[in-house]
Design a protein around this ligand. Structure first.
Ligand SMILES: CCCCCCCCCCC/C=C/C(=O)SCCNC(=O)CCNC(=O)[C@H](O)C(C)(C)COP(=O)(O)OP(=O)(O)OC[C@H]1O[C@@H](n2cnc3c(N)ncnc32)[C@H](O)[C@@H]1OP(=O)(O)O
Length: 364
C-alpha cells in the first residue's frame, strides 16, 4: 500500500475493495452500510439518488448511509474507506497477507478509529451518523486513546472527525441515562468525568493537533484552546452555544479563549453563542491555518508528516517549556468550570433546552 501520502491513492482504494472480498468474517450490516456509503461517495460524490420509499427498507438504509456523508470530498471518502477496510482487516483477520511496514491500527474502540503511522497517531471521532456527538463511551475512549498515544512511539497526535462534522459536541442523550441516585448523582458523576476528560488534554505531553474537517460545536471547540495547533477546512465553523443550552463554558475556555482572543471576542462566543467561520476563528487566533475543503486533507497531512519527522524529544520538551507554567492554573480553571456546570445541569434552563432538542423542537 502506498503510504507516501496520508490521502489514499486510487490504487490504495482498489486494493481496499479487493481486501473487502477476502474478509473471512461478515463485518455486520452497520459496517457494510458504512462501506457502501464511502464507496459511493468516493466514486460518485454526494448522494444523488431519489430517496426510496419508507417500505423499501434496504435501499432506504443505503440511501440514509450515503446521504449522511453530505458534501464529504471524494478523496476523504476514499481515505476513510481505506482506513475502515484496514481496521477491519486487522480485527476480522483478512485471509490476505497484511503488508509489512510501520502502519499500526488500534482496534477495540467502538466510537473511534485510531491509527499510527509515519510518526503520527491519528484519533478519529467515528460516529458520523450522529455528527460525532460525544457520548459517555466516547469520552472514555478518547481518554484511553490519548493515554496510549502519550506512551506510544509516535511524535505527534492528531484528533479529527469522520464524516461531514468534526463534532457536534456533547451527545445530548447523555442527559437521559439517569441512575437510581437521581439527576443530582448523574450531574456529580458527569462533572467528575468532564474534569478527568479535560485534564487529559491539559496534561498531554506531545504536540497535539486538531484537524477540523467540518463544523465543531460545544466541547469540541472549547478544548481547542488546549491544542498546540488547529488546522481547519474552510467548511468548518466554531460554535459554543452554552447560553442557548442553559449551560456555561468548559474545556478551560473561560481562561484560554480570553487569552487567545481577548475578553470582547471571547464573550461573543462563550456568552452570546456567536458562531465563527473558520476564517474568523483564524483571525482571532483559535485556528492556526485554514485550507480550502477540496485540498484540505492533502495539504494538512503533507504538513503534519513533515512535522512528525522533527526530533520528537525536542518537540516534547519545547511543548513542556511553552505549556508547563500554565498547567496548575488550567487544572484549577477546569475544576471550577466543572463545579459551575454541575449546578447548571440541574437548572430548568438546561433541562428545557435538552428536552427541546431531544423532542426535536430545536436545533442550533
Ligand atoms: C444531568 C447531567 C448530565 C450531563 C452530562 C454531560 C457530560 C459532559 C458535558 C460536557 C459539556 C459539553 C457541552 C457541549 O458540548 S454543548 C453542545 C451540545 N451540542 C449541541 O447542542 C448540538 C445539538 N445538535 C444540533 O443542533 C444538530 O444536530 C446539528 C446542528 C449539530 C446538526 O444538524 P443537522 O440538521 O445537520 O443534523 P441532525 O440534527 O439531523 O443530526 C443527525 C443525527 O445526529 C444527532 N445529533 C447531532 N448532534 C447531536 C448531539 N450533540 N447529541 C445527540 N445527538 C446528536 C441528531 O439527533 C440526528 O440523529 P437521528 O438521525 O437519530 O435523528
Amino acid at each position: 500500500m502506498n503510504r507516501a501520502a496520508m490521502t489514499a491513492s486510487q490504487k490504495d482504494f482498489e486494493n481496499a475493495m479487493n481486501q473487502v472480498k477476502l474478509l473471512k468474517k461478515d463485518p455486520g450490516n452497520e459496517v457494510k452500510l458504512k462501506l457502501y456509503a464511502l464507496y459511493k461517495q468516493a466514486t460518485e460524490g454526494p448522494c444523488n439518488m431519489p430517496k426510496p420509499g419508507v417500505f423499501d427498507l434496504i435501499n432506504k438504509a443505503k440511501w440514509d448511509a450515503w446521504n449522511t456523508l453530505g458534501s464529504l470530498p471524494k478523496e476523504t471518502a476514499r481515505q476513510n474507506y481505506v482506513d475502515l477496510v484496514s481496521s477491519l482487516s486487522s480485527s476480522l483477520e483478512s485471509s490476505s497477507q497484511v503488508e509489512p511496514g510501520t502502519d499500526r491500527k488500534s482496534t477495540g474502540y467502538e466510537t473511534l478509529m485510531v491509527t499510527s503511522e509515519d510518526g503520527i497517531t491519528k484519533i478519529t471521532l467515528n460516529r458520523p451518523a450522529k455528527k460525532n456527538a460525544i457520548n459517555v463511551e466516547m469520552y472514555h475512549e478518547i481518554m484511553r486513546a490519548l493515554k496510549a498515544a502519550s506512551k506510544d512511539d509516535s511524535s505527534i497526535t492528531v484528533l479529527t472527525g469522520n464524516g461531514d462534522y468534526y463534532s457536534s459536541g456533547n451527545d445530548l442523550t447523555n442527559f437521559t441515562d439517569i441512575p437510581p441516585g437521581g439527576v443530582e448523582e448523574k450531574a456529580k458523576n458527569s462533572a467528575i468525568l468532564l474534569r478527568e476528560f479535560v485534564g487529559c488534554f491539559i496534561d498531554f505531553p506531545k504536540p497535539l493537533i486538531a484537524v477540523v474537517n467540518g463544523p465543531a460545536v460545544g466541547i469540541s471547540v472549547t478544548i481547542l484552546g488546549l491544542f498546540d495547533a488547529v488546522y481547519a477546512s474552510d467548511r468548518a465553523t466554531f460554535h459554543t452555544p452554552f447560553s442557548h443550552l442553559g449551560q456555561s463554558p468548559e474545556g478551560c475556555s473561560s481562561y484560554t479563549f480570553l487569552k487567545i482572543m481577548g475578553p470582547a471576542k471571547a464573550t461573543e462566543m462563550l456568552v452570546f453563542g456567536k458562531k465563527l467561520t473558520a476564517g474568523e476563528a483564524c483571525a482571532q487566533g483559535l485556528v492556526t491555518a485554514v485550507f480550502p475543503d477540496s485540498t484540505f486533507q492533502k495539504e494538512v497531512w503533507t504538513r503534519l508528516k513533515a512535522f512528525a519527522k522533527l526530533p520528537p524529544n525536542a518537540m516534547r520538551i519545547s511543548k513542556e517549556v511553552i505549556r508547563n507554567r500554565e498547567k496548575e492554573k488550567l487544572h484549577a480553571v477546569n475544576a471550577e468550570e466543572c463545579s459551575v456546570l454541575q449546578e447548571r445541569w440541574l437548572s430548568d434552563e438546561c433541562m428545557n433546552a435538552v428536552v427541546n432538542f431531544l423532542s426535536r423542537k430545536s436545533k442550533l
